[in-house]
Design a protein around this ligand. Structure first.
Ligand SMILES: [Zn+2]
Length: 292
């Protein structure tokens, strides 16, 4: 099923930190949410005390990522072999080709990635933003990699924001912050977000610090109430022109399951005209993934 959301991120856990509640909300509403994770987070912590050896860490973190995706209904499109903390050194052409292939296979309306600062200043986050934007424009141009399937024009790119979780619980205050262009109410998906974060067991220190620590507790659970995003590129949501954030990453785009969202996975249809709305196929796969 195309027409959904494609996450282009650097590390296992980025999805749970950035967009877990929004992803679960969207998949519950019948949107496909897919993820390309560029590394296995092999330079990250193994936990304190360590949950595994350094050698085991990449495989352990990939398993944690798969568990988090299953909880959120995210389809894990690919985990790439790039080296954690060295993503900026990746070969531009090889990365472009890999991400163009993913975009043309998934055919999302919206791509979410980090903002150009990397949100936390992490060089891998800055790098995946650069690679994602490069691939989004290339994927739309049939002259690039014609063997990788029909061109696909993503409608919108959104970025994470640097707003920390303990400040993401007062939507009226957030609405006035420049760079907070989407405020998504995820209160109904808080338990799923907690579970996805906990699935990254080796990352328990940063998970605690951000989501379960003293500052988070001072908001009385409000850290799990809203997620914020910044508009990066493409079709602007209408409220933004009036100086207000939108409440949905798909605001102003095609609704879930509509003919226009290209619900069929149509890799075989050269011009996309043979889309026949087999959205149920995608929903079934998501449901299976959630319990898998
Ligand atoms: Zn990261």
């Amino acid at each position: 099923m195309s027409g959904g959301l494609l996450l282009l991120l650097a590390h296992p856990d980025d999805e749970s930190f950035m967009i877990a509640g929004t992803a679960a909300r969207l998949t519950d509403a019948g949107r496909r949410v897919a993820l390309v994770c560029a590394t296995r987070g092999q330079a990250g912590s193994a936990g304190q005390p360590p949950r595994c050896t350094r050698d085991e860490l990449p495989a352990v973190r990939e398993r944690e990522l798969r568990a988090a995706c299953a909880i959120l209904g995210i389809a894990l499109h690919a985990v790439l072999d790039y080296e954690d903390r060295r993503l900026a050194d990746a070969d531009d052409a090889a990365m472009r080709q890999t991400l163009v292939a993913a975009i043309r296979a998934e055919r999302p309306q919206v791509v979410a990635t980090f903002d150009p600062t990397g949100v936390t200043g992490h060089r891998d986050h800055q790098a995946i933003c650069r690679f994602a934007l490069d691939a989004v424009t290339a994927a739309a141009d049939p002259r690039w990699y014609s063997a990788l399937g029909p061109a696909h024009a993503v409608r919108r790119v959104v970025w994470g924001t640097p707003v920390p979780p303990w400040e993401e619980w007062r939507p009226e205050a957030l609405a006035g912050c420049p760079g907070v262009d989407y405020v998504v109410d995820v209160r109904g998906w808080a338990d799923r977000k907690r579970a996805a974060l906990r699935a990254h067991a080796t990352q328990h220190q940063s998970v605690e610090r951000y989501w379960f620590g003293e500052r988070a507790e001072s908001t009385e659970g409000g850290v799990f109430a809203y997620e914020t995003f910044r508009h990066g590129w493409g079709v602007r949501p209408e409220p933004l022109d009036a100086g207000r954030p939108a409440d949905d990453l798909f605001a102003g785009l095609e609704p879930a399951g509509s003919a226009g969202d290209g619900s069929a996975r149509d890799g075989s249809a050269g011009d996309g005209s043979a889309r026949d709305g087999s959205a149920r196929d995608g929903s079934a796969r998501q449901a299976a993934g959630r319990h898998g």
